[in-house]
Design a protein around this ligand. Structure first.
Ligand code: SF4
Length: 361
């Protein structure tokens, strides 16, 4: 399996453990088991997560670093990262949010106007989903600080081209610049001018693991603590295939008109049988059902209710039409609330971005 953070690919989750050295999430204490993402195995793997968590539980300084790539529409797949950030922020853990505009410009070829609009929109969504703008250290990679750029530049001397190729596959100048600056994102908070040495957690999707591996190698070589990471499962698209920004019918966006989002849910793949009679006889297949996935990942927080839905589905007592209708009601209510919050937070996000953006060309 080729792992690089820039191409689309199918993730073989088992290989992450056997070939890439990611560990399985193990025992959950009372705080972690209160979070459905951990409890349901959606956050499934980690590197040194428990060292980071133990430091937090023992009152030591810890923090979170997360990155945001301004490209494409904001959809439910992105929400999974924000849900994690909100969980940690509510525990009082400092959050730093890096906007990966170097990669957006050099690798994804976005224009400054596109980057401004997408970043404003992403930040607006992050805040509408519960991240507190006052408690989040947000920065763009092109407008951070001298020590941060010094770190990114000098780390180029601590890794060889062959090592980077082994981690990332085919490279270009833009990819090298972007990878080193992402390593600086992950590590710079340990510099003396920032928080000093401490454990940092980076919650990511598994496709971002190459950045974690590079940052961990570099941390060791420059005397910093290796960053920790967790990995969450990618939710499938509404059609049962990979969720992709290039296939608008595969995702629910928080930016699209509510009626469009609801229409997509109505057309989503279910695990229902070809006839009502057969469904009553054989029961449905929730593990093949995107409606069930939406409940599982986002719209049913009670495990008891979720188990009950599974039982009712498998026994044929629950009909897909009713099951969908209930979900549509929940999604509609939720989107109305999110859209109202976005109106409130957009000016805050615009001000933040306009203060940060300053491109020489
Ligand atoms: S009853 Fe609900 S969970 Fe079961 S297959 Fe139909 S839509 Fe999916």
């Amino acid at each position: 399996m080729q792992m690089d953070p820039w191409s689309t690919r199918t993730i073989d989750y088992e290989k992450l453990f056997t070939d890439f050295g990611i560990d399985r999430i193990g025992k959950l204490d009372e705080i972690l088991s209160g979070n459905p993402l951990f409890r349901r195995g959606i956050i499934f793997g980690h590197r040194d997560f428990y060292q980071w968590w133990n430091d937090f539980r023992n009152g030591k300084k810890v923090s979170i670093l997360t990155g945001m790539m301004p490209s494409g529409p904001f959809h439910l797949g992105h929400k999974m990262v924000v849900d994690q950030l909100v969980f940690y922020q509510n525990l009082g853990i400092p959050i730093t949010l890096a906007i990966a505009d170097v990669e957006a410009r050099t690798v994804r070829k976005k224009t400054p106007d596109e980057i401004r609009e997408i970043t404003v929109n992403y930040l607006t969504n992050y805040f509408a989903l519960g991240l507190d703008p006052k408690k989040t250290d947000v920065y763009m990679q092109t407008s951070r600080s001298v020590p941060y750029y010094r770190l990114a530049s000098l780390m180029a001397g601590k890794v060889t081209f062959a090592e980077m190729e082994a981690i990332y596959g085919t490279l270009s100048p833009g990819k090298i610049a972007s990878a080193l600056i992402q390593a600086a994102d992950i590590l710079h908070k340990q510099l003396d001018g920032y928080e000093g040495k401490h454990r940092i957690l980076v919650p990511v999707g598994p496709d971002q693991d190459p950045h974690i591996r590079l940052a961990r190698d570099l941390a060791e070589r420059i005397g910093l603590i290796k960053p920790s990471s967790t990995y969450h499962i990618f939710m499938k698209g509404l059609d049962g295939q990979k969720m992709s920004s290039s296939k608008p019918n595969s995702y629910i966006s928080l930016d699209e008109p509510i009626e469009d989002a609801l229409r997509k849910v109505k057309n989503a793949l279910t695990g229902g049988r070809i006839s009502l009679e057969e469904q009553k006889k054989l029961g449905g297949e929730p593990d093949k059902c995107m409606i069930f996935s939406l409940y599982l990942y986002h719209f049913e927080l009670s495990d008891e209710e979720l188990d009950n839905r599974r039982r009712m589905c498998e026994s044929g007592k629950l009909i897909c039409g009713d099951c969908k209708k209930e979900l549509l009601d929940r999604i509609e209510k939720w989107l109305v609330d999110i859209h109202a919050k976005k109106v409130k937070y957009r000016p805050i996000a615009e001000k933040m971005v306009d203060e940060m953006m300053d491109y020489p060309f």
